[in-house]
Design a protein. Sequence first.
Length: 245
Amino acid sequence: MGRGYQGAVLNVLRAPEFELDILDVSPAGEYTRVRVHNEDLLGHDRTRDLPPTVWVRLWVPEEDKEHQRGYTLVEMDHDAAEATIYFLHHEPPGPASRWALGVQAGARIPAQLYGGTKYRPPVAGTRLLLVGDPASVPAIADALAAAPPSCTADVVLQAPEEQWLPLGDVPGSVIRVHPDRGSEGLVEVVSGLVSTSAPDWAWVALESTPTRRVRRALLEAGVPRGAIQHQAYWVRGRAMGRTDD
């Protein structure tokens, strides 16, 4: 199968490649939950290399091509060398969504690790702020699960109230902002929250435009630049792995 320009670039960069074994596939709200295994990527030897929120570049097969898509590894079990990937379904569906809806246990999928590991964990007693949407919720849950128990957190999500999300327990508040309110509504909520309780540590992962706007709002509110981590989890109208990415 062809991988195009992006595949050639990753080969030149010598991005390590792994074959993930599919152990289990199950529906989870608007997601498909896929449990994967690979000893070299997920076993004890890679424990220090795989921080919370780590993502890999999957090569999703469709017809005679493989499409590159980034997905977060969560619920890692290094003893079993296993992890979970949540595939969020959307309209119109893309190659990864179509693949997840049809894949079965026993299949395999290639994954490359390049980028996706630049995460600075909070220290004990830190007040956390995490801002995301359904695409980044699995990573938010992973970050919260790995944070020291003495941390408190505020989570702001650009998602409808009724949508099920794989968030898990939050040591603090969860505020949902309906997507109809756009970036402006999201920034308004975040700014109001920060004005009453400024975070020591912030992690922002949304579509590219609101990611930039929320980060700017945090800086304008006085949150130190070094306390903010941000990652655009998707770009409206564009697919990861295209030549012009």
